[in-house]
Structure formats: structure tokens, C-alpha cells
Write a protein that binds this ligand. Structure first.
Ligand code: SF4
Ligand code: SF4
Ligand code: SF4
Ligand code: FES
Length: 945
């Protein structure tokens, strides 16, 4: 297929401003110094045949197809490995070259099946193209001798096959796995004729270290590594550029389709967050979009004990509107509210909060970001003045030291992890602060200098101790703090951090980290030329989540690690649009752009634009909504794309609150756990069916483009608009671009954003306005958004959740590569092959003490509940700490998490729950009852005649 997004220049672009001029086939061209002759030729519009080169990988020079002649040079050098020189005169098409290239191709084809017409790569095969390009007309060598034509296929991976008979041993796959992915799962084994690609130690792909990122498949120029979807469906015939809907990396993809059916998702090499790379989720786990569990008709029911009844969109919308108005008439204006979703687009989220503020008439809107990164917003706004990370992802290439805290990038942000690993292989240093030994601590060619394996809940004690070393050993960047930070706040912090209780020796017992280890890590961080902090939910989901964010900001300011590439404080945001959901005014106290509802000027702006008076009192946060429901004062909720029953802590409390409400409206793709408590189900649209934008963890606004029609007939923004109209507050948008135009008019950091701009430049990072018309990759250059940086006092206060004789272990939770969040999407794909159930990781010492063997069923009990999982004995854990994921509703990890939350934002303390673990042979009572309830709740009444 002609691929408009896929021009391959053969070798990577070279940075640098110096240019070199040369002549290729008589065409004059100027290119950056260091560019290969092959790339220069492509820039000049001259195609040089190639097989082993591709512009996503460093040149290798093995196939000898790209030979050229250069004036004044002997022989025929390979253009992919020859750098340009000033005044060079290159010939790419001569009789000699044609003869040599035909000879090379003849050898390849003589050991290659001649089944082009029935080959799945027919029309998308570089070997086929090259045979045509060099004019190969005959092959003089027969197939009688030794060959690889009967080599075995490896079909173990659910998403791609490896057909060794078609391999030309160009090693593009091996290099992709090393250079792009950093997994080193592939090698070329054997020599000469016997050389072949091998996964792991001659294992199948599934048994090997392969993480199924698909980089090798994309790099393969033949049908050897091939997507099974293409083998089954044939070549795609149209392309739509869009953005992955899984994690906060925000990878750009080309959806390749036949009509309305997706054939393949290919990472877009011009994607500024991913540069052509992907992980198993975005690349392959998109089949959920057409899974048989999708609900595509609106449904209502009077009671959650009743079966669902399918209804028309009109009936569903008018029923919802009348229920919401009935509840408000009976219980008051504030008796309803809604939750926006970090899975939905900016436009959809903006519209939901607008409907709540303007049509519901209150500020009872909150977002699932409450339960993940709300401390990031609060902490960074307080210290720097902006509720967002400071850098772009590419900035990591300038980092000399990475401090990774409470994040597991290889599982949760895999494409950015590959970028980190590349920089680490180049020599940057790494410090990991995490209770668990995450993969990044030791992975091929990468090893952390320090792993501070702290006890869950002691982050603040560790960060203060690092600050103490920096302050007491004269490692503060005094020029930076004097020029850029508030002097009084700095002096207060300086006195605080020097207090003896913050010394590493004083916190060693509390944290479990030896003092000398903290001292060495602190010195390493402070002495690096460029030191960057990357952090995740292991920072925020604590009772001191906000304190820890401020502690990291203090550290970066104290060492001058802000305001240039390679430094900063960078949250690795969880879901695809968690940054956007926050930016769009999803919090009960803030409009879009983080302006407080009590700010008269901001409110007047929105009142004028929306034509209604707005409430100046902040509304309810999610936990307050639950409490109010149980008090009988909050009776209706609109939940868009968020499964609060599975994702929020203390499931008993959540389900009790939902059961107490009179109208729960869920808009989702599937009958999720929350839908089991709903009275109205509004079918949602998958990312493939959406038009809009997502904002990733680096503030990058990426376009999401509709590739297929919404299965339920309506896009999510159209549903919200219809509901608002039915409630009597008119909305009239013809396209999401008009919603973005409104966002831009009302939000200072978005004033320059439009679909036209995004179509032109690909993506932009906010702030994007008159001062930065094409966005802001690095923030706080020359000054902080708030003026002077503000040091905050970050006293360590132990969490109230304590281990003790009844609950002697601490449970912490996290994610795994193949699954995502509540798993609603990833569980409905072949990714379940890697992670069919959530397991409890436990240290061998704790397991032995309890008579637990690997794979045993174990009951995990906390003060709030009990659940049963399989045990996995793992040396990654430290004694006293256990770990699980929360991707499967059956394991119900949140039945055991508590109501403790961050002091500033109510972000739940998922990362610290005191538990006991014992062998078990049956599900817990909760699990048994939930399964029965789930089955009842999924009943759909037969359609009436
Ligand atoms: S899919 Fe990714 S990890 Fe697996 S072998 Fe290919 S490049 Fe390596
Ligand atoms: S599998 Fe593909 S990319 Fe790898 S060596 Fe064979 S032909 Fe080249
Ligand atoms: S899940 Fe994240 S890292 Fe993986 S492809 Fe999607 S955006 Fe990229
Ligand atoms: S493309 Fe240059 S040697 Fe293979």
C-alpha cells in the first residue's frame, strides 16, 4: 500500500545546524552534517535501493544493496553507512551498480519462497519492491540445494507470527528490539548459511523476554514478522492518524483500515511523544472496540434489581433529564452531580463539566484524576505555579541523572521507558526509590546506581533526608535559589530541612533505607549536571501525596534543576487524558485552566460565555459525593467513562453509596462494575469512534481522529449535548473543533490551540498562546509561572494506617504492562494471555512463615475487607510488603483498600494498606456475592414485540 505517513529516509536524521552541500545524480542538496548519503539521496528525491536500512534504526551495512559510486573514491560504498562530505558527487544509478544490485537480489530470492501472490505482505514487502527496483528478471540458482524454505513458523505470540522461511537475516528486528525497545530479546544465532533470528535462548517469542511491543514487526522488510490481523484480513486500504487511548504517554498511531474495520495500528514515526514506537497495548490491544460485550443500545431500569430494558436514545435522554430534575425538586439543587473521565477527550470532558455547572446549576463535578494525580496538580501549582509536569519527554535525552520515584515506567509508561533506557545505555545514571524492585533497577545494559527500597508510606521521610544531605553538605545551587525563588520561603525551608529529625541517620529505621545509601543518592542527584525527577502514583496515592510532590519540587529548586532540558519534576500520568481532564475544569473548585470558582473575574468570564449565573461555592469531591449519598442528600450522578466501583478505594463504601442513590447514569463501552448499580446506561464510543484531543503527561495536546463510526450511533459529546438540551440548557455544537474553540476562548493556556494548528504542526504542549504560538516544551525557563519558586515545609507525618499484630504486612498496588487500569479494555483482548488474573506478590520469607507456596490461593485481609488471590513468591518484594494489581474485577483489590487519603486533595492512599495473608481454598464472601450480583445485573430483558 502506498503509505502517505511512511516515507522512509533510510537512516535517522542528524541533529545540529551545520550543513553540508553535495550533488547526487546531478541534483544539488544541502543536509545536516553527519547525514548518510542514503538519507541525503532521499531528501534530494533520489531513491536508493535498500533492505537492511530504515530510518528508525542506526545503519548496519549488511545487505549491500544500497551501493553507490562516489567521484574520486574506489569501489562502491554502502550509502547507508557513508556520511556526506562537502562537494561530494554521488552516482546512484550506473550499469555497474545495477549489475551488483541484481546479483545481491538474486541471492536473496534464491532462498526465498516465491509465493508473492498469496503472501500476506503482497503489496507491502520491501523485498518484493527491491526485486522490482533493481529489475530482477531471472534467478540463476535453483531451489534444489540447501535452503530455508521449510523453516518452522513461530505462531506463539497472539498478535504476530514469525515465518523463518521468509527471513533475509537483515537484523532489522534485532536492532529494533535493542535500539528502540531496549529489551534485547532477539539475536542472530549461527554463522553464514546457518545464521538465523532467535528469540531468547532459542525459545518461542512467548517464552522469551519479548514484551510484544511490535517494533521488530514494524521494522521487518519482509513477511517474516507479520501481524496476524493482516494475515487474516489482508492489506489495509486507508489510514487515519490518531492517538492511543491507554496511557499518559500519548503515542501517535496510524489506524490502518479496510472500510470500517481496523486491520492494524502502526505507531506514527512523526508522533512527538513516541517517535514511531509503541507498546503491546496501543499496537495490538485494540480489539476491545468491537468486542461482543460492547453495549450499543441505551438502556434503563427502575431498580438495580430489575433487568435492563433497551430504549431509544430519545427515551434514555428524556428519562435521565426528568429523573435529574425530579431529584433536584425533591432534594435540592445540589443533590446531583457527575464524574468526568480521563479516558474521554478534552472536548467531552469540558462539555460534561459545563453541563454540570450550567445545567445542573452546581459545581458537583469531579474526575477520576482525584484518585491518581490530584496531589500533582496541587503540589506543583503551589510550588511552581502550574499544575503540570515541567518538561517534554524528549528532554530525558539531556538528563545525566534520572531519579525515578514511585513509578514503574517499563510497565505503566513503556514507550517513555524505552526512551529512558536508551539514555541510560548512553551513560546517564539512575536512582530508583520504590518499595519493590521494579524492572528498571536492572534490565539489559541498565543498572541503577541506587535502589532505595523504602517501606511504603515513608516517601516524605526519604525526600526530606535527601534534602537534608544537600543542605548540610553545601550542595545547594545558591545562585538559582537566590535568583529564582522566594527568599523568605527558602530560608524557612533551609532551617526546617537541617533539623536533626530529617537526617538520613534519623530516618533510617522509619524508612528501612540505610543512611549511607540515602547520602550517596543525594550527592549523586545534587552533583549531576542535569538531574530529572520522574514519578508516578507511588508518590501521589498516599496520605502525604501532596507533601511528597512539594518535597520533590523543593529538591529540584534547591539544586537548580528546573527551566532547561534534561531536568525538572515530571509526573508520569496514568490514563491517556488525565492531564486533560484536570486542565478542562473537572475539579469541583476550578474552571478550565485551574481558575477557582470563587474568583469573581474568572466566574464572570464563564457566566458571560455560557449565559447563566454560576455558583461560587466549590462542589463535592468524589468521596464527599459518596458520603452525601449515604446521608440522603445526594441522589443522582452522571458517570462518564469511569468505573468507580472497581477503581475507587473501599468498595463496600462505594457500592453502599451508589445503592443509596435514586438515579445513577453510567456512560461506558461495557457493563462495567459501576453499571451494575446504574439505572440508566448510555453507550459510549471507543477512541476509534471519537474526534477530539487528548493531553498527555508532557502537556501535549494530540488529535484523536474518528476512524470508524460510533457503534451506538452517537459520539459521547453528542450525548452530553442532548442531555443538556433536555435539561433546558441549550448547547449547539456541530463538531468537537467548535468545543475546542470555546476552550481556547476561555482558557489562557489554550488560547492558541485550534484543530487547524494541530493539523498543521501535529501536536502542541500547553501553554500555547500569543507568547508561545506553537506551545511550550519546557516550562519555567527564566522564571516560574507563579513568579518566584516557593519552597514548602514538608514535615513527615506517618500515615494512620499502621501494620500491627493483626495486620502485620503492608500491601501496595500497581500496574502491569499487558493490562490497563480496571482492565475494561485490555481484559477484552488477547493481552489476558500474559496476565489472566491479579496475583499477590509476596517475599519468600513471608510466604514460608505462612505456609504459602507459589500459585496457592491466599486470602488477603485488611481492616475494610477480604479478598482471595493467587500468590506469586517474588524476590522483588521486601519482607513485610506485599503487592498486587487491580486489573480484574473478580479479585477486587479495592475491597481491602482503606478510606485514608491525601490531606490536601483526598487522593486515596492506595499504596499503604495493613493486611494479613493466609492460605485459602475458596473465594471470600464478598467475591461470591459480587459474582452473583454481577450476573443478575447484566440481565437484559428481551425486546418487546
Ligand atoms: S516485539 Fe518488541 S520486545 Fe518482542 S522481540 Fe520484537 S522488538 Fe523485541
Ligand atoms: S525477521 Fe525480518 S527483520 Fe528480522 S532478520 Fe528476518 S527479515 Fe530481517
Ligand atoms: S499504552 Fe501508552 S505507551 Fe503503550 S502505545 Fe499506548 S500511549 Fe503508548
Ligand atoms: S541498506 Fe545499506 S547495506 Fe543494506
Amino acid at each position: 500500500m502506498a503509505a502517505p505517513f511512511d516515507m522512509d529516509f533510510g537512516t535517522p536524521a542528524q541533529p545540529g545546524a551545520d550543513t553540508v552541500s553535495l550533488e547526487i545524480d546531478g541534483i544539488k542538496v544541502s543536509v545536516p552534517a553527519g547525514t548518510s548519503v542514503m538519507r541525503a539521496s532521499a531528501i534530494a528525491g533520489v531513491k536508493v535501493p535498500k533492505l537492511c536500512a530504515t530510518d528508525s534504526l542506526e545503519p548496519f551495512g549488511s545487505c549491500r544493496l544500497c551501493l553507490v559510486e562516489i567521484d574520486g573514491r574506489k569501489g562502491t560504498p554502502a550509502s547507508c553507512t557513508t556520511p556526506v562530505e562537502p562537494g561530494m558527487k554521488v552516482a546512484t544509478q550506473t550499469d555497474r551498480l545495477a549489475r551488483l544490485r541484481r546479483g545481491v537480489m538474486e541471492l536473496y530470492i534464491s532462498d526465498h519462497p516465491l509465493d508473492c501472490l498469496t503472501c500476506p505482505a503482497n503489496g507491502d514487502c520491501e523485498l518484493q519492491d527491491m526485486a522490482g527496483a533493481v529489475g530482477l528478471r531471472e534467478v540463476r540458482y535453483g531451489f534444489e540445494g540447501e535452503n530455508h524454505l521449510k523453516a518452522e513458523k513461530d505462531e506463539s505470540n497472539p498478535y504476530f507470527t514469525f515465518d523463518a522461511s521468509k527471513c533475509i537475516v537483515c537484523s532489522r528486528c534485532v536492532r529494533a528490539c535493542e535500539e528502540q525497545q531496549g529489551t534485547f530479546a532477539l539475536t542472530i544465532d549461527g554463522r553464514g548459511f546457518a545464521s538465523h533470528v532467535s528469540a531468547g535462548m532459542n525459545e518461542s517469542f512467548m517464552q522469551s523476554e519479548c514484551v510484544s511491543c511490535g517494533a521488530c514487526v514494524k521494522a521487518c522488510p519482509t513477511a517474516t514478522l507479520m501481524e496476524k490481523s493482516v494475515i487474516q484480513m489482508g492489506q489495509p486500504e486507508r489510514q487515519v492518524q490518531t492517538t492511543c487511548a491507554y496511557c499518559g504517554v500519548g503515542c501517535s498511531f496510524i489506524a490502518e483500515l479496510q472500510g470500517d474495520k481496523v486491520v492494524r495500528m502502526t505507531p506514527h514515526k512523526d508522533g512527538k511523544a513516541n517517535h514511531g514506537h509503541s507498546c503491546v497495548k496501543g499496537r495490538f490491544a485494540w480489539g476491545y472496540a468491537t468486542h461482543k460485550d460492547r453495549i450499543t443500545k441505551p438502556m434503563i431500569r427502575a431498580s438495580i434489581q430489575d433487568p435492563w430494558r433497551e430504549v431509544s436514545w430519545d427515551e434514555a435522554i428524556s428519562h435521565t433529564a426528568s429523573e435529574f430534575r425530579r431529584i433536584q425538586n425533591k432534594y435540592g439543587k445540589n443533590a446531583i452531580g457527575g464524574i468526568t473521565s480521563s479516558r474521554c477527550t478534552n472536548e467531552e470532558t469540558f462539555l460534561v463539566q459545563k453541563m454540570i455547572r450550567a445545567a445542573f446549576g452546581n459545581n458537583n463535578v469531579d474526575t477520576c484524576a482525584r484518585v491518581c494525580h490530584s496531589p500533582t496538580g496541587y503540589g506543583l501549582k503551589t510550588t511552581f505555579g502550574t499544575s503540570a509536569g515541567t518538561q517534554n519527554f524528549d528532554s530525558v535525552q539531556d538528563a545525566d541523572l534520572m531519579l525515578v520515584i514511585g513509578a514503574n515506567p517499563t510497565d505503566a509508561h513503556p514507550v517513555f521507558a524505552s526512551q529512558m533506557k536508551r539514555r541510560l545505555r548512553e551513560g546517564a545514571k539512575l536512582i530508583v526509590i520504590d518499595p519493590r524492585r521494579i524492572d528498571l533497577v536492572r534490565t539489559p545494559h541498565v543498572e541503577a546506581e541506587h535502589h532505595l527500597q523504602l517501606r511504603p508510606g515513608t516517601n516524605v521521610a526519604v525526600i526530606n533526608a535527601i534534602g537534608h544531605v544537600i543542605a548540610s553538605e553545601g550542595l545547594i545551587d545558591a545562585a538559582f535559589t537566590a535568583e529564582r525563588c522566594d527568599a523568605i520561603e527558602f530560608a524557612r525551608w533551609h532551617a526546617f530541612i537541617l533539623r536533626p529529625e530529617n537526617a538520613p541517620e534519623a530516618v533510617a529505621d522509619i524508612t528501612g533505607v540505610p543512611a549511607e545509601e540515602i547520602r550517596s543518592a543525594a550527592r549523586l542527584y545534587a552533583s549531576a549536571k542535569n538531574a530529572a525527577i520522574y514519578y508516578g502514583l507511588g508518590v501521589t496515592e498516599h496520605s502525604q501525596g501532596t507533601t511528597m510532590v512539594m518535597g520533590m519540587a523543593n529538591l529540584a529548586m534547591a539544586t537548580g534543576n528546573l527551566g532547561r532540558p534534561g531536568v525538572g519534576v515530571n509526573p508520569l500520568r496514568g490514563q491517556n487524558n488525565v492531564q486533560g481532564a484536570c486542565d478542562m475544569g473537572s475539579f469541583p473548585h476550578e474552571y478550565s485552566g485551574y481558575r477557582h470558582v470563587s474568583d469573581g473575574a474568572a466566574r464572570a468570564l464563564f457566566e458571560a460565555a455560557w449565559g447563566v449565573p454560576l455558583n461560587s461555592e466549590p462542589g463535592l469531591r468524589i468521596p464527599n459525593m459518596f458520603d452525601a449519598a449515604l446521608d440522603g442528600s445526594y441522589m443522582g450522578i452522571y458517570v462518564q467513562g469511569e468505573d468507580i466501583v472497581q477503581s475507587d478505594p473501599n468498595t463496600h463504601h462505594v457500592t453502599a453509596a451508589l445503592s443509596a442513590m435514586e438515579c445513577v447514569v453510567v456512560q461506558d463501552l461495557f457493563l462495567c462494575e459501576t453499571a451494575n448499580y446504574a439505572h440508566v446506561f448510555l453507550p459510549g464510543a471507543s477512541f476509534l469512534e471519537k474526534d477530539g484531543t487528548f493531553t498527555n503527561a508532557e502537556r501535549r495536546i494530540n488529535r484523536v481522529r474518528r476512524a470508524t463510526r460510533p457503534l451506538a450511533g452517537m459520539a459521547d459529546w453528542e450525548v452530553t449535548m442532548a442531555l443538556s438540551n433536555a435539561l433546558g440548557y441549550p448547547m449547539h455544537y456541530a463538531h468537537p473543533s467548535e468545543i475546542m474553540d470555546e476552550i481556547a476562548r476561555l482558557t489562557p493556556t489554550f488560547t492558541g490551540v485550534s484543530y487547524d494548528l494541530l493539523d498543521r504542526v501535529g501536536s502542541v504542549q500547553w501553554p500555547c498562546n500569543a507568547a508561545a504560538p506553537e506551545g511550550t516544551p519546557v516550562m519555567h525557563i527564566g522564571g516560574f509561572a507563579r513568579g518566584k519558586g516557593r519552597f514548602m515545609i514538608t514535615e513527615y507525618v506517618p500515615t494512620d494506617e499502621r501494620s500491627g499484630p493483626r495486620f502485620p504486612l503492608l500491601l501496595t498496588t500497581g500496574r502491569i504492562l499487558s493490562q490497563y487500569n480496571v482492565g475494561a479494555q485490555s481484559r477484552r483482548t488477547e493481552n489476558v494471555r500474559w496476565h489472566p488474573e491479579d496475583v499477590l506478590e509476596i517475599h519468600p520469607f513471608d510466604a514460608e512463615n505462612r505456609g504459602i507456596r507459589n500459585g496457592d490461593k491466599v486470602a488477603v485481609m485488611s481492616r475494610t475487607g477480604e479478598t482471595v488471590l493467587s500468590a506469586m513468591i517474588s524476590e522483588r518484594m521486601q519482607p513485610g510488603v506485599v503487592y498486587t494489581t487491580f486489573h480484574h474485577p473478580e479479585s477486587a483489590a479495592n475491597v481491602i483498600t482503606t478510606d485514608y487519603s491525601d490531606w490536601a486533595t483526598n487522593c486515596p492512599e492506595y499504596k499503604v494498606t495493613a493486611v494479613e495473608v493466609r492460605p485459602s481454598n475458596a473465594w471470600s464472601q464478598w467475591q461470591t456475592e459480587a459474582e452473583t450480583f454481577r450476573k443478575r445485573a447484566h440481565r437484559i430483558a428481551p425486546a418487546a414485540e
